[in-house]
Design a protein around this ligand. Sequence first.
Ligand code: HEC
Length: 197
Amino acid sequence: MSLRKPLALLLVAGALAATSVAIAANAPAGAGGAAAAALPANADLSKIEGIPELEGADIVRGKRMFSSAGGNCLSCHGWDGDGTGKNPRSEGAAALLRESGLDAAGFIQIISCGIPGTPMPYHDSQAYKDDRCYGMVAADFEAGQEPHKGKSIKKDDIVNLVAYIMTSIQGKPKATYEDCVAWFEKSAEKACAFMKQ
Ligand code: HEC
């Protein structure tokens, strides 16, 4: 989508405008508010500028893919990527995504292919059917060592997810109660009660 679209069109486009990172980020405060508000409050778009793998990525949709409505990453990693298991929404030890040193290609590979031998599942529905993942197919693994299968996520949405993680989780300080409220929006009161001092 062009950045030079007239504002009136942006407003009419409504939800459509919210699907474009570029437009949401450039929407003037107030006028384009609806679109801008849908971006995670702490998103830092400069983190993914110029990364070819992530061109055209939709962070708002990426956040949805991280949630239980999408790839359900938060069930293990926590909504904030803290992965400590202290968060009641996390199922125990998972990598602390806030401190991950992966780049875009690394995230794409791990989300697509998982990490065999750990609970981190793969999300590419074709993984281990051919050798796209680490050159391995399912038959190459010994019984009990097979990679776990997660929810299937399309390539575009894996890219959206990575853009979300890199702008809104990786390198961020530990989340606060206010971050939690901003993340959960409508369900915040219940979801964030455990963080309230
Ligand atoms: C069943 C629990 C589970 C689910 C669901 C899950 N993960 Fe993981 N993930 C893990 C665990 C455990 C690790 C750490 C594996 C290890 O290295 O021991 C991990 C590691 C990772 C890593 C590697 C981080 C690093 O710096 O090495 C990334 C990236 C990641 N997960 C992203 C995701 C995303 C995105 C989703 C959702 C699409 C997701 N995970 C879903 C359990 C899970």
